[in-house]
Write a protein that binds this ligand. Structure first.
Ligand SMILES: [Zn+2]
Length: 156
């Protein structure tokens, strides 16, 4: 194995890119694993999507970001089945009066994220699901801290 040299950080999530991989590459590898092996990698799919999107707000509207934040809050605080998560996500996207991507852009976080998709290890499904959970919890925690310091109320 060649040693990967860090070459840059993602301007949004702060994840450290390697010579071979950016955070977008890692995200797409995660999605591919979740789709091809839904029984073992798939159960955390919704957390992967929410954590990644929340850390890359340039893709979202302000309302879309808040909606994803609320979903993440719900998924982590309630013991919710992947099927129910999928329904909620679809419902959120379809039946909202606002667009997830159009409209007022989401606030760009200035805080440092404690974990990014680059911290998720892909080696086996058990490790993978645990890492995605830890990543989603960290994203949730970082956002709560930002809320406590008033960052998210600044612009509303
Ligand atoms: Zn990134």
């Amino acid at each position: 194995m060649t040693k990967s040299t860090p070459i840059a950080h993602c301007p949004e999530c702060g994840g450290q890119f390697t010579a071979e991989e950016t955070c977008a590459d890692r995200y797409h590898t995660c999605l591919a694993l979740e789709y091809t092996d839904p029984a073992y990698y798939g159960p955390v799919h919704h957390l992967t999507v929410l954590a990644y999107m929340l850390q890359h707000p340039s893709r979202l509207s302000a309302n879309g970001w808040q909606a994803m934040r609320n979903l993440l809050d719900r998924f982590l605080s309630e013991d919710i089945s992947p099927t129910r998560m999928r329904q909620l996500l679809q419902h959120q996207v379809k039946n909202k009066s606002f667009s997830m991507v159009k409209g007022e852009p989401a606030v760009q976080p200035t805080w440092v994220w404690s974990k990014t998709v680059m911290d998720v290890r892909l080696a086996d499904a058990g490790t993978y699901c645990a890492d995605v959970h830890a990543w989603a919890e960290a994203v949730h925690h970082d956002i709560q801290q930002a809320d406590l310091t008033g960052f998210l109320q600044k612009k509303s």
